[in-house]
Design a binder for this molecule. Sequence first.
Ligand code: 16G
Ligand code: ZN
Length: 522
Amino acid sequence: MSKDTLSTASARHPKPPNTTFAYGTAGFRTIGSLLDSTVFRVGVLASLRSAKLGGKTIGVMITASHNPPQDNGVKVVDPLGEMLPQLWEPYATQLANSDNLEDDVRDIVAREKIDVAQAGLVVVGMDTRETGPQLLRAAIDGIEVFGRAKSFGELTTPQLHYLVRSHNDPEFGEPSENGYNKKIISAVEEILRLWNVQEPLEITVDAANGVGAPKLRNLSSDLINISVVNSNTQDKSALNVECGADYVKTNQKLPANVQPRDHQLYSSFDGDADRVVFYYTDESRFQLLDGDRIATLLASFINKLLQQAKVKANMGIIQTAYANGDSTKYIQETLQIPVDFTPTGVKHLHHKAQEYDIGVYFEANGHGTVLFSEKLISELKSTHTSSPEEERALKTLVLLTEVINQTVGDSISDLFAVLLALRIQNKTCVDWGKDYTELPNKLFKVVVKDRFAFKTTDAERRLVEPAGLQAKIDALVAAYARGRCFVRASGTENAVRVYSEAASAADCADLGARVCELLEPY
Ligand code: 16G
Ligand code: ZN
């Protein structure tokens, strides 16, 4: 069968009137029913990206993560499982808003010197949203104008990243969902055997009524015992509602359907299972263990293993402005690990983390992973010693690089990495929560006329525009003990965010509220 031309295929996916689309921090994201033409066009772009890279496999993921059920979104994944390079983001926006698609495609083809005949495979996945199946068909329609599409149906976002990488790099793993499961389970079980752990890893996970629920069920084994709550993917209106990582982190409280036993660890995924947070209760008091805690737990665990293995490696932790000031202090002063700051969004953190042998990056919201350099992995694999303790640490490190998703933050991988770090160090969740105390903090959302008027510098910690505003914030902050506050435009919503922290909860709330007042004229 001959391929449809761009104009024939595109006529099936008309652009809605009076809507502008922008490829933001996490791709396109808006009401799902508005996205058909955009997803079709992203399909076209993904096959152009494949052609540009000589036929490498590219990915398209249809998801709106932790957003409400009626939203949806789409993003493009590059061959090694990384985000679409920022240089290509304007092309995505150009195509999504184009009124003359053929001309705009021709323009991109000419500018990037693309031979469209080179377009190869694009793998596609979606989360569990109602608009997913229709958008998946739109993506396939777009991809098939120039390239080939392979749909994997429902997937977590990190599984899609894994599949893209394994299609291009067979050593990374078998290019199937089963390959993803096998890689994680066998590495987790081997680590448990190395450390002689007999009791299975156990935890209850709130899956946000999203795709993480069915995927977690594929991962049980004799040594893995996970109970899943909020697993109703049939009720499309339940996704992320009163549950999930974003709900728990933002409201600092338990999700629906978790009735905790004191001192027992629980965790929440977000709707596409790329974020995870943990928590427990202590005399019924809720204690959150967020991305900052995950970063410090994993970094100190890996450091200990490096010491046992007698391997030297340079490690860095990457945070964003949202990281609690006390976590940064603990990392620098107690763990003695350098900290870098980048703007919000995985693409920024990921690239910074690649500068280290071991780059640990987590956003406070629970999105993150640990990257091990190829050089270090081969050194770990080729080092052997006669000391059983050193050998065990070496093997554990190598296996950890397989448990932890090297392409992107992954709730499932991060869950196992955390459970292993706790079990092997004989550390309880209460010990973990006591690693450091946290400064009271609060997040505000302020709707302004034009969020793009807010321009930041210094990893979003300071405003350069509107002129004069930062000086006023500085003057307020100076009045509070350990006060810190920043204002940044959201990359996913039409609003600006205000984060405040201070030595006391009252001061933190007061500081945040006063900075919000400063925003009233805007
Ligand atoms: C996106 C980002 C997430 C970030 C969030 C911030 C990716 C894959 N996702 O969801 O990392 O925390 O945006 O949202 O990069 P905001 O700009 O609306 O505050
Ligand atoms: Zn997500």
